[in-house]
Design a protein around this ligand. Structure first.
Ligand SMILES: [Zn+2]
Length: 192
């Protein structure tokens, strides 16, 4: 926790509630977004070097977690080592009606894990204006988690029950008491 604070990662109540969009029509806005994305990747790299995560877990970090109150975030890509999806003013255009409950963690709530419902799939324009892409499963969950940060929300607001300590979560995993998140047999898309 202290290490994360050294990296500038804000915890819980210190997270900003309001963020601004980036003006991608202006050169300054695009350069600013590039600088913030580089910084987010650096911080994610530092965290990855001091803390071992379950490799199956997709990770992300949002600019507001570093006190940068703009709609910019990254999410690690499971298909590319050290690769990240870049979100700038992301826009969710459709979600599946089918929701799945699973556990999430957050660098701003480092000592706990919480279980919550999210849509199994989302269609998202990552920069708010390009063609939406379809994301499902844990990647959709990670993107939804980061977009929450960009809207001043945190996952504990949505949790189905009070979050549990990480040690308890890990014990449950080791004892196979956490079932894999189910995959819906069919998907119904809802336009937002
Ligand atoms: Zn988070």
């Amino acid at each position: 926790m202290q290490v994360l604070s050294q990296f500038g990662i804000l915890q819980k109540r210190d997270l900003p509630a309001v963020t601004q969009s980036v003006d991608l029509d202006r050169e300054e806005g695009r350069e600013f977004a590039g600088d913030v994305l580089r910084h987010l990747r650096n911080v994610a790299g530092w965290v990855g070097r001091v803390h071992q995560f379950n490799p199956r877990v997709s990770r992300g970090i949002a600019a507001p977690q570093l006190g940068i109150c703009y709609k910019i975030a990254i999410v690690s890509r499971p298909d590319v080592p050290d690769g990240y999806l870049e979100l700038i003013n992301p826009r969710v255009v459709e979600v599946t009606n089918e929701e799945v409950a699973d556990y999430e963690g957050c660098l701003s709530f480092f000592d706990v894990r919480g279980r919550l419902l999210r849509p199994y799939g989302m269609k998202v324009s990552l920069d708010g204006r390009s063609e939406p892409r379809v994301f499902t499963g844990s990647l959709a969950r990670s993107i939804a988690h980061e977009i929450d940060h960009l809207n001043g929300k945190v996952y504990t607001d949505r949790a189905l029950m009070p979050p549990i300590p990480v040690a308890e979560y890990q014990r449950m995993r080791e004892e196979n008491r956490i079932a894999a998140a189910p995959v819906p047999s069919r998907l119904t898309w809802l336009v937002l």
